[in-house]
Design a protein. Structure first.
Length: 295
């Protein structure tokens, strides 16, 4: 293993940890903003017993797993929303590190790498702000509205991503462009990729609902807002599939479908977020590994 490979692994791990911390802060925002409480000060506490949480209770992802999703003090189950958002944000940052490794590792001019890194971080923090907004309006917005908002945000982020990629590499001469094609071809490719990815995710969700729920309830699942239609993890599955490219999306959708069926329905879906993250990771890295073997 050479120095660059070690640096790459360190960068990926640190990106994941940073993402989990951002996810944790995202959770704080989701809970405190609707209650008009400050997000910068004050201790976090258990929603049920009011016990102030210590440092060990606040480690993103690990605390939730170590405590088995229960409060250390009163043993009340803690919402799986925490670990879902933390693990998904960690995954987003890991993907960012993987797809833009050259930015972190280019030894020629480290200063030149700082700007794209800052821009990407800002972009991802923006996505988290949007997640906060989406989760806050979760109880009021309709499923279709939430899904279309998420897909539009995804489209905007990906367009920004690629425009930045082209602008930074071509105009400023930083690194080699990941894409080199005309703007219109780029837009069409991107749109097709997102639509196909979203369709794959949607098929997986429909199949999962058909298999695990009473099929008669399917139409209600997509229409009704009062029965918490479009479970957040289903929504994320569709958006994730739209983000990662067609072939990784197929793998992600398959892992999601299998774990969704294995876990079943009802309240026993705490670990779905982890399976969803795992599906996206397996899809993305599996495909990258396959490409490496072939190419
Ligand atoms: Zn408690």
């Amino acid at each position: 293993m050479n120095v660059n490979q070690v640096l790459a692994i360190i960068n990926i791990v640190m990106a994941g940890m940073f993402g989990a911390v951002i996810g944790s802060f995202t959770n704080v925002c989701i809970y405190r903003i609707p209650e008009h409480r400050t997000i910068v000060k004050g201790h976090s506490m258990c929603m049920t017993c009011g016990h102030e949480l210590g440092a060990l209770d606040l480690v993103p992802i690990f605390s939730w797993l170590c405590l088995g999703g229960k409060c250390r003090y009163c043993k009340t189950p803690i919402s799986s929303r925490y670990i879902k958002i933390e693990s998904l944000t960690a995954l987003m940052y890991i993907l960012m590190a993987c797809t833009h490794l050259s930015m972190f590792l280019d030894p020629v001019d480290p200063k030149a790498n700082l700007f794209p890194f800052v821009v990407l971080c800002a972009l991802f923090i923006m996505i988290n702000i949007v997640i906060v907004e989406m989760m806050i309006m979760k109880d009021t917005g309709s499923s279709m509205f939430r899904l279309s908002t998420a897909l539009l945000i995804d489209l905007a982020v990906q367009v920004l991503f690629r425009v930045l990629d082209v602008a930074l590499t071509e105009k400023l001469g930083w690194g080699t462009p990941a894409v080199s094609t005309s703007a219109s071809a780029l837009a069409v490719d991107l749109l097709v990729e997102i639509l196909i990815g979203a369709a794959i995710g949607l098929v997986a969700v429909v199949l999962a609902v058909l298999i695990t729920n009473d099929p008669k309830r399917l139409s209600r699942y997509f229409k009704s807002d009062k029965t918490r239609a479009f479970r957040t993890s289903d929504l994320f599955a569709i958006v994730l599939c739209a983000c990662i490219g067609v072939i990784p999306a197929i793998i992600c959708a398959a892992v999601y479908l299998i774990s969704r069926i294995a876990i079943g329905t009802g309240k026993n879906v705490k670990y779905l977020g982890i399976w969803l993250a795992a599906g996206a990771a397996v899809g993305y890295f599996g495909y990258a590994f396959f490409n490496m073997l072939v190419g």
